[in-house]
Ligand binder design. Structure first.
Ligand code: ATP
Ligand code: MG
Length: 576
């Protein structure tokens, strides 16, 4: 198997931080493994296997990586059986720090438990028992708060959870706690949030405050997009014979949009917006509909109408002064909310300590405690002695699936990386970021990539060719995602540069198939003469297609059926 030019660069470039970004199946993981092997075998500066730190996303991925690199080295050993250095490296790979972030943290904590005041025989709790502990903690928290009778708490409960049940309160506190845990230093984040809210509450010139300016500018940006669409539209229909009522409509809406786009502040925008409105779309006669641009004008009108309606209802709900009064009123509640979340953290931790069980988040936070010496006023972390020692031990740090890293993990990486001492090799694909609900931060990936692109601190390499899938699959995937994904929704524009492309040497040559979609429209169920239960009907649809394929000369062995989950689906499938 050969390497592409870009793959070679990613494997053999030395002494630089490198970030490889590429779509699925472009060989990112393969390049990572090959780079390790080549570093071990490097003639000038060989790196021994125990000097690597490799972070993967799952345990299975870590095991596979060890397997792949061992195989690579075994093959080399077969050609050079007397090479003792190589034999030693194969042994070392087994013990090497190739693991998930969690296993790494776990190991670190167990070797340094004495610095943490935790009992080293701890274990990771089952989801069920952690749930119970959380429940106990939240109950204690609310009991304490009610017993204290403090005014801010009473107000908070009245405002956000009126009625008898504490359920809403519990959920609110839980949400803030979970979110705050994604920051390396939650108390810093809480402080900053409070300060920003306080600034807003106390601002003298609210209309000009940065937060309000931001809201205003965002709204204006949305508006300007519509304005641009309008001028294109007007250019298109110039010289055409426009039905009079649509001429008037366009004129009216243009004036409204123009007036909005002239504003320079939140209040000015609010005034213009609330005093005017987008007129309804005039009813069309048959003749009107024959006008070539009828549909385009209608669509644009609908868009502007919806946008401005949304802005009215969600953002520009009141003049700035009034909003400020509200913000000032909300501030004490925010403060209380933070007090509750912080106290919850304390209580919950005490319960976990008592039982000596922890969760995966705790592993990361304990590891941080070991690796961070202190944070400065800006929230920047500085490495501890332990971190510095580790940074000397690891010559090379590798991260696979870097797009799913969260802020805590990023800080762990930062503490272990030391300029002039080791280098970082990250690979990933922002399009495949799937852990945002666990506070993964694909923006970290994008930011690092941009920095490296400008050749600050490292080199960015893009792999374009896909070696996993046949052109029919790639083409179909591109077709779907180029319509779904854009920078604001998915982190990147899905264009020619990011689309998947069949690589020379992949499965491209063998395959001439295209992809097809079988749509199952609920109303057409009768034609299949099946009971209208979805699974059964879907199965009937698939079976029918398979039978056709068999008649065309395919064999059952050519076909695979993948189900999202087996439960309840496997049986009807098997029956057919
Ligand atoms: N230059 C190449 N020629 C032929 N096959 C290749 C080449 N590079 C990689 N491959 C093969 O392509 C497949 C996909 O590679 P790999 O798993 O490393 O991709 P990836 O970019 O990590 O994908 P993912 O985004 O899903 O993690 C593997 O089977 C690999 O051996
Ligand atoms: Mg991979």
């Amino acid at each position: 198997m050969n390497y592409t030019k870009e793959q070679e660069q990613a494997i053999f470039l030395r002494d630089k931080n490198i970030m490889v970004s590429a779509g699925a199946g472009a060989g990112k993981t393969r390049v990572l493994v090959s780079r390790m092997a080549e570093l071990i075998m490097d003639e000038k500066n060989p790196v021994e296997a125990d000097r690597f730190l490799v972070m993967t996303f799952t345990n299975a991925a870590a095991a596979e990586m060890k397997e792949r690199i061992s195989l690579d080295l075994e093959e080399r050993l077969a050609k050079d059986p007397e090479n003792h250095y190589l034999r030693k490296q194969i042994r070392k790979i087994r013990q090497a720090d190739i693991s998930t972030v969690h296993s790494f943290c776990n190991h670190l904590i167990r070797t340094h438990y004495n610095e943490l005041s935790i009992d080293p025989s701890f274990r990771i709790g089952e989801e069920g028992e952690l749930f119970l502990l959380r429940q106990q903690a939240i109950e204690q928290l609310l009991e304490e708060a009610y017993a204290s009778g403090r005014e801010s708490f009473v107000k908070f409960a009245e405002s956000y959870a009126p009625g008898k049940s504490d359920k809403v309160l519990e959920e609110l506190v839980g949400d803030l706690y979970r979110f705050s845990r994604s920051f390396p230093n939650a108390s810093f984040w809480f402080e900053k949030t409070k300060q920003e809210a306080l600034q807003l509450a106390e601002a003298k010139e609210w209309d000009n405050s940065p937060a309000v300016m931001l809201i205003f500018l965002k709204a204006k940006k949305e508006l300007l997009q519509e304005k641009e669409a309008l001028s294109k539209l007007l250019k298109n229909i110039a010289g055409e014979e426009v039905p009079e009522k649509y001429g008037v409509l366009l004129q009216d809406v243009s004036e409204y949009v123009e007036a909005l786009s002239q504003t320079e502040s939140y209040d000015a925008y609010y005034m213009v917006l609330s005093r005017g409105s987008v007129p309804a779309f005039p009813r069309a006669t048959k003749k009107d509909k024959e006008w070539a641009d009828y549909e385009i004008v209608k669509e644009w009108h609908q868009e502007v109408k919806e946008l401005l309606q949304k802005q009215k209802e969600t953002v520009f709900t009141a003049p700035a002064e009034e909003l400020q009064r509200e913000a000032a009123g909300i501030y004490p509640l925010l403060e209380e909310y933070i007090v509750l979340a912080q106290r919850f953290e304390e209580i919950y931790l005490a319960y976990k300590k008592e039982k000596n069980v922890y969760d995966f988040d705790d592993l990361e936070h304990f590891a941080l405690e070991l690796l961070v010496d202190h944070y400065d006023k800006g929230g920047q972390a500085y490495p501890s002695e332990t971190a510095k020692t580790l940074a000397k031990k690891y010559k090379m740090i590798f991260v696979d699936e870097y797009q799913d890293t969260n802020l805590v993990q990023e800080t762990i990486l930062e503490m272990l990386s030391e300029k002039d001492n080791n280098t970082l090799f990250t690979v990933g694909d922002v399009k495949q970021s799937i852990y945002r609900f666990r506070q993964a931060r694909p923006d970290l990936f994008l930011r690092r990539n941009e920095k490296y692109h400008n050749e600050e601190e490292g080199v960015s390499i893009e792999l374009r060719d896909n070696f996993r899938s046949a052109p029919g699959v790639l083409c179909f995937t591109n077709y779907v995602f180029s319509r779904l994904m854009e920078r604001d929704f998915g982190g990147v524009d899905y264009n020619e540069e990011t689309a998947l492309r069949a690589g020379e040497g992949g499965p491209m040559l063998e395959d001439k198939e295209t992809s097809e979609l079988l749509f199952f429209v609920k109303d057409s169920v009768q034609t299949l003469e099946e009971a209208p239960e979805d699974v059964v009907t879907e199965t009937a649809l698939i079976t029918k297609r398979i039978q056709e394929l068999i008649e065309e000369g395919y064999h059952y062995g050519d076909i695979v059926i993948l189900l999202r989950s087996g439960a309840g689906r496997m049986e009807p499938m098997a029956e057919f």
